[in-house]
Ligand binder design. Structure first.
Ligand code: APR
Length: 223
């Protein structure tokens, strides 16, 4: 069976990485226009690097949880062709055994040169004076997709979702496009797995609700 899985911050919540829109979420503490837009970066690169440096340190200190491991196991089960598409910029899917994860919003542990496009493994602490290892321009940034920028690999993502026999959204509030619109492309069965039903719950054929560390392993076992 071809399974396309879309994950969001709720999957990493129990690993201690914050979600965005829950009570006490990241966007209740930071103004996203200042730390997650190209304009914010241009206005105050030091603030943006500080924001991502803190999240990078948090990510490095965190551990994948039972939901990440269950998805890694599902992907290695040869009975299914499983594509994991994530909005998360952490590396917990990979550390939970997943392969070829499509990071549509980029990756916290990667750096990008805004001048020449070079990408490399990000140091834990990035600063506005870092120089690109290829062109030496002082224009390094986290390799993450900010609001107003184009998510990565959208063609592949749309193809995988439309070809899937089963599309499952896990731990996402389904409020940020284009990720939130993917369920409309799914031709097969669709399922929402989340702490609680989202506003998009009605767009799915079915849903299972509870903490990801219990509902995701249960779901994987049930396949
Ligand atoms: N188990 C399962 N689901 C959970 C858990 C948990 N332990 N904790 C929270 N959730 C759910 C919440 O109910 C919510 O629906 O995870 C979802 C998190 O939603 P958001 O905080 O909006 O995160 P996400 O959907 O990933 O945001 C999408 O928005 O800010 C941008 O680029 C950022 O990738 C992010 C995108």
């Amino acid at each position: 069976m071809k399974i396309a899985i879309l994950t969001g911050a709720g999957l990493s919540a129990e690993s201690g990485l914050g979600t965005f829109r829950d009570k006490g979420g990241i966007w209740t503490k930071y103004d996203l226009t200042q730390v997650a837009t190209p304009e914010g970066f241009a206005a105050d690169p030091a603030l943006v690097h500080e924001f991502y440096n803190a999240r990078r340190a948090n990510c490095v200190e965190s551990e994948p949880n039972a939901a990440h491991f269950a998805l890694g196991e599902l992907q290695s089960d040869s009975a299914h062709e499983v594509t994991i598409i994530t909005q998360n910029i952490d590396d917990l899917h990979e550390r939970g055994g997943a392969k070829d994860v499509i990071h549509m919003h980029g990756q916290l542990l990667r750096a990008l040169c805004a001048n020449c496009g070079e990408r490399w493994d990000a140091p834990i602490i990035m600063t506005p004076t870092d120089l690109c290892p290829r062109c030496s321009a002082p224009q390094t940034r986290p390799d993450v997709v900010w609001f107003g920028e184009i998510p990565y690999a959208m063609e592949t993502i749309q193809q995988k979702v439309s070809e899937s026999d089963l599309f499952v959204a896990i731990g996402t509030s389904a409020t940020v496009y284009p990720a939130a619109g993917l369920v409309q492309l799914a031709r097969g069965e669709t399922r929402e797995l989340n702490l609680a039903p989202t506003d998009a719950a009605g767009a799915f054929d079915s849903g299972r609700y509870g903490p990801a560390t219990s509902i995701v392993p249960e779901w994987v076992q049930s396949l």
